[in-house]
Design a protein. Sequence first.
Lengths: 426, 280
Amino acid sequence: MDKDCVIKTEHLTKRYTLGVIGSGTLRRDLQSWYAKKRGREDPNRRIGAREYEKGEIFTALENFDIEIKRGERVGIIGANGAGKSTFLKLLSRITSPTEGKIAYRGRIASMLEVGTGFSGELTGRENIYLNGAILGMTKAEVDAKIDEIISFSECETFIDTPVKRYSSGMFVKLAFAVAAHLDAEILIMDEVLAVGDMKFQKKCIAKMRELAIDENRTVLYVSHNMSTIQELCSRCVVLEHGRKVFDGEVDGAIKLYLGGENDELYSFEYVDDKYKEKVRRKLLNLTRAKFFGRTSSWFYDDEQVPLELDWTYLEDVERLGLRVEISDIRHYPITAFVIENAGGGKKGESQTLQLRLDISALAQGTYCVRYVFFTCANRDAKPESVEIAAGLTIRKRLRTEGDTRWQKSWGSVVSKGVEIVGNENN
Amino acid sequence: MSNDNITYIEAKNKLFSVNFRELFRYRDLIWLFVKRDLVNSYKQTVLGPIWILINPLLSTTVFTVIFGVIAGISTDGVPPFLFYMSGNVLWSFFSSNLNKGSSTFLSNARIFGKVYFPRLVMPIANVIFNFINFALQTVVYIILVVVYALMGTGVHPNLMILLTPLLVLQTALLGMGIGLIVSSITTKYRDLNILVNFGISLLMYITPVVYPISEAPLGLGTVLLLNPVAPIVETYRYAFLGSGAFHWVYWLVSLGVTALILLFGLVIFNKVEKNFIDTV
């Protein structure tokens, strides 16, 4: 194992037997075993079940190889049952692999449902010691950090009350505080923050970042909450049916996980059946979207986005409006370009519209585009959306970095309109 | 950053791989579990830890009345109350070790499923918790022995008392060993869990707890002494009260059996602990 490498797995595989495991009683298992030994049919097999079906196997994690370096903050995402928790369970030694091996350096603080070691009758303070010890701290280590833990947990007032009288939020806060202050080289978190309030969640994420960046700890974080993944992680792994399908930059992982298509495309024809449902057709039929004059979806620095849309009218439309909505990869809206007079036409006519979108305010990253067509019958009426189509992806990258390197967690819009109007040294 | 040890997790493990160094690192946890159990046992009770003493005194009284007065079983000339208390205190230490040890996996499945620490911490904490109860009861027992001895009522404590720490340790390890085996098997076969409670009360009757081994008909005494708990109880009683005899051959056999059971218990526990969470 490299000096820099903290976790390394090789061919890690975990299989589970499906259905009822064993018959649960010794007599039947002996019966089955004896019958098998004599070459007879198993008397406890379900009638009609074929031999190989008996112990059906579910592979929760298959041939998972990963190498994680010191100080990395790795997010793990994937649908339910993709193998995320299985991996964390193997890593935190709750269960052992069927095949393959894991090597890790240092201690692991696992926060899989924090607070499980809590004992209701003990006070908060006593539970800090108990939970700390469960996580592998010695009493002396807890002693050294107890004040810090209590103040982080925000439970000062109740610290000498039995935790059975705590609210669930306080419970998690206290448990997280203990886990976060453990001197472990590797921190594992599995959706633990869901119970705490927003303020506390923010605080925890900040604490994790701080631990990773300032103290070079390694963080593994499993969540379905993409914004916390984006905020915390420096690298992201996508699992699908027990296999690793992506390992790399966070944006790409989230895009893949959220099922983003059109990734490398600079031109897209809305003909495939698969995309028909993405387009609501009533007034018009969007046939193509493309970045005209381009051969990729990458845009650099202050480049504008040349967008060309082709559509055919299905009905007579007098005045058509178009809104090009820009959202981040989590589909959280960022901004929109509104074109009130995008055209109009008779049934059967086609139209091609060319636009230039100024995206200089966007920070670098990956953005989704959505086209919303609307009609404006008269000037005062509320525009009515008629057609919505998922569009191309815009990927922006800076060739030259400014004085300050923009951080993803600062936001997606780079504000430039600031002017120093006074600056005196007193 | 200090800790740079590399830990390896592999699919296959050695047959016997109890990591004593790791266990030692978790010694604070063992104490905290003992403390937790003590707090949990007597929180919100009026008498609190006094129950530790009331329990054996009450059951000894019941034994004295039923077996001594009603059934009229001989106690080898020893005051019946002391005779029964001697057997009772040691037996309950053994049986609570076995009983709690045998539910290690089932009753801790929740916490074992969430966080790793050496699983042996739990049965060890159990034994220590039981030992504290036992020690308190023994203090009362010794006071009674001294009082009876001073009154000159046929109680003869002798040098065998020096052997009692070893006897107590043996009782603990034997109870824990059987507990580990039962606990490992119950993760798959729950039948055994039911059998254990039943088995413990049966085992008490083939152990000289409520009768002296000398009362057993000839020949049967030999068979009874092959029960590994029997020589321990007999020797313990002999040491404090001077009744019965020290059957050292049987005791050595019992020591050997204890060692074997403990070793087997550790091996099977070690094998089961890795994956039991998948089947429990």
